[in-house]
Design a protein around this ligand. Sequence first.
Ligand code: FFI
Ligand code: FAD
Length: 664
Amino acid sequence: MDGIDHLADERNKAQFDVDAMKIVWAGSRHAFEVSDRISKLVAADPGFRKDNRPMLGRNELFKNTLRKAAYAWKRIIELHLSEEEAAKLRFYVDEPAYTDLHWGMFVPAIKGQGTEEQQQKWLPLAYKMQIIGCYGQTELGHGSNVQGLETTATFDPQTDEFVIHSPTLTSSKWWPGGLGKVSTHGVIYARLITDGRDHGVHGFIVQLRSLEDHSPLPGITVGDIGMKFGNGAYNTMDNGVLRFDHVRIPRDQMLMRVSQVTREGKYMQSDVPRQLVYGTMVYVRQTIVADASCALSRAVCIATRYSAVRRQFGSQDGGPESQVIDYKTQQNRLFPLLASAYAFRFVGEWLKWLYTDVTQRLQTNDFSTLPEAHACTAGLKSVTTTATADGIEECRKLCGGHGYLCTSGLPELFAVYVPACTYEGDNIVLLLQVARFLMKTVSQLGSGKKPVGTTSYMGQIEHLMQCRSNVQRAEDWLKPSAILEAFESRAARMSVACAQNLTKFTNPEEGFAELSADLVEAAVAHCQLIIVSKFIEKLLQDIPGKGVREQLEALCNIYALFLLHKHQGDFLSTGCITAKQASLANDQLRSLYSQVRPNAIALVDAFNYTDHFLGSILGCYDGNVYPKLYEAAWKDPLNDSVVPEGYHEYIRPLLKQNLRTARL
Ligand SMILES: CCCCCCCCCCCCCCCCCCCCCC(=O)SCCNC(=O)CCNC(=O)[C@H](O)C(C)(C)COP(=O)(O)OP(=O)(O)OC[C@H]1O[C@@H](n2cnc3c(N)ncnc32)[C@H](O)[C@@H]1OP(=O)(O)O
Ligand SMILES: Cc1cc2nc3c(=O)[nH]c(=O)nc-3n(C[C@H](O)[C@H](O)[C@H](O)COP(=O)(O)OP(=O)(O)OC[C@H]3O[C@@H](n4cnc5c(N)ncnc54)[C@H](O)[C@@H]3O)c2cc1C
């Protein structure tokens, strides 16, 4: 606007090499270069404009999304983008659309659960988008309880077909993204019935709409489920409702990697565990952890830049007022979120590695790490999305009144992000899965079976049950060993306490239900330990760039000590630390905030977000907030006329009537 960088002084204060940090954030130089190039390409293309989203009605908004998705595909083809580049392009276009489900769930479901033959048949069509697919699992009556789904797929040996049917209202598919108006096909989850026997839930590829004129095929009723939370926001997505009336599909459209139905109608199970039917969810949960770091870093970037621009109180001798970022209360709310964004980035990287590893093992029929992969993806999805949704809302408050304006970008980000706490598994339901895994691990401790992976700390259970932290000075909390011991003993003691309480119940399931709130807390403690320990492990790697390691160490300590402060009750009640040590941790935290303060703007610059992607006046790179806010206000449709529409109908008569009343 005025070409001046209003945050230049802040950028000059940085004590580290921001370009080197950009590479750490991106994961590698290659990832950085791809991300940088594609984000700029999207930002420069008017076809991807998004600032008008909150003003559009549903039909207009949806059509606009269809246009953008088609345009994105055209650009992907024209520019010969690789799979990685195309995924980045969709990410930077930053508009939820049916393509998320097509690429994010439909394709992975066929890859993970289809046989070689099925993959060869369906994947090329999906890759070219000659068919568009969704993931049709949740029903009106059941989402969390997958085993409770009611849709049926009954084998008809006469015709070698399955008959897909919705027997009740509650069996209507409800929520699948992309289903409402776009998908031509779906991976539909239904109870498999052969010869009168129910074999539980399996996946089937079902064509839903004609490839000629897009009308629903016979026996299929399909539509959108209606407006969702927040204007614009997730309403770009056509979450759908779907009912089947005895729809017939060929037998070879059941996804048959896990189990098969023969021509004669015989049900056969491979030696693959049945939980692989849930494999797509494990995959998506892993990607959601990486998405959490993106969404949180985006909100934190906005709040940090604006906190450096915004001044309130504290003027001395007519000088400028204080930047709100200098208030310790602001730092105490903002810097742990900045640290969390980095923490989630690194745990996301690790989880991707774990997922790749388990996938490779599955290919050789090694299923040994599947339970841990399930527990880690479920638990980390839950903990990171909860913290991110809360964090985005905190960032809105950190921006004061202006944070409530759509032009801050925060209301829309919150509205789009918050269902992540529910979709792909309700966060509490997922933590209960982690708790089951932990109780199993604790119960096996005496059996000589060594806990491995993320539960290997339980191998030193005797030490962890009685150790006392030896922190004596605030600086002692900077030692990774002190932090790890405190987090490990807290997690171990909470799990063991739950396990001991469970033994008081004759019926273990009753006990589990009664103690579920405590079990969820134990699961959170375990997941937070994973995040802290993966951040510490990241610091053991070679980290080039002046001052980069020091900044990451400070952020790692902030993340850990902030959690320790927030969950003091756990640490104190389990006797892992004393009240004095808790207070020392808090002292250390304050001093870490002072260390991070001069680097705060550079630390958010390292995310390398374009102004287009951020979509926020408060977070714009040059910090020139006020003129931009002022100018944007005048662009609101309400300001198209000076006297509003409706004046003559509703305002003028009121004013006249008031005059008459006043004269009386
Ligand atoms: C506009 C502005 C800007 C834009 C800005 C953008 C910025 C922000 C960016 C945001 C962008 C986002 C983009 C992403 C797109 C996403 C789109 C949304 C997609 C959402 C899709 C969905 O929402 S799709 C449906 C997901 N729906 C669930 O998620 C159901 C949960 N419900 C279950 O998942 C099961 O129901 C549940 C509970 C396990 C019990 O299952 P159950 O009853 O069968 O099993 P049991 O509990 O009895 O467990 C028996 C044994 O199975 C073991 N086990 C269980 N699960 C296992 C597994 N998965 N793998 C291995 N093992 C497993 C367990 O550990 C036990 O093991 P053991 O026997 O050894 O103890
Ligand atoms: C935006 C969005 C997009 C979605 N996209 C898709 C999609 O593409 N495909 C698809 O198939 N589905 C999709 N879903 C559905 C989603 O996966 C489910 O909503 C989710 O799994 C939660 O299930 P539910 O709605 O049945 O919640 P419920 O289980 O009914 O949850 C209600 C409450 O009950 C609690 N609760 C439930 N069970 C237990 C328990 N055992 N113990 C303690 N508390 C419990 C929960 O914590 C929650 O507080 C989407 C949902 C949303 C919001």
